[in-house]
Design a protein. Sequence first.
Length: 116
Amino acid sequence: MRHANRIKKFGRKRNQRAALLRSLSRALIKEGRVKTTEVKAKALRPLVERLITHAGSGTIASRRLIRGRLGNEESLSKLYKEIGPKYATRSGGYTRIVKIGRRRSDGASMAIIELV
């Protein structure tokens, strides 16, 4: 039984799973929307929303936290200069997941996750 087991593993080890979510969050911050599977989009949403909330505060501690999570100066600067101030007055709900059907090859449920 999976009671109280909330972490989606995606059939990967911990470091591979972290790298996958890190690259998806970088792509979402850079492009504004990402087409991926529905499960990956649902796992990505809380991570990105926390990063945007931290970027809205603008403190040095939050900047260091975001740098540790993303590991990329380009996405860090975009998050701080553009995305953080844009959502500073909004109290959550920065992303939207739109289901787009099933992938033809393996039937996986696909979705687009985008910044609102």
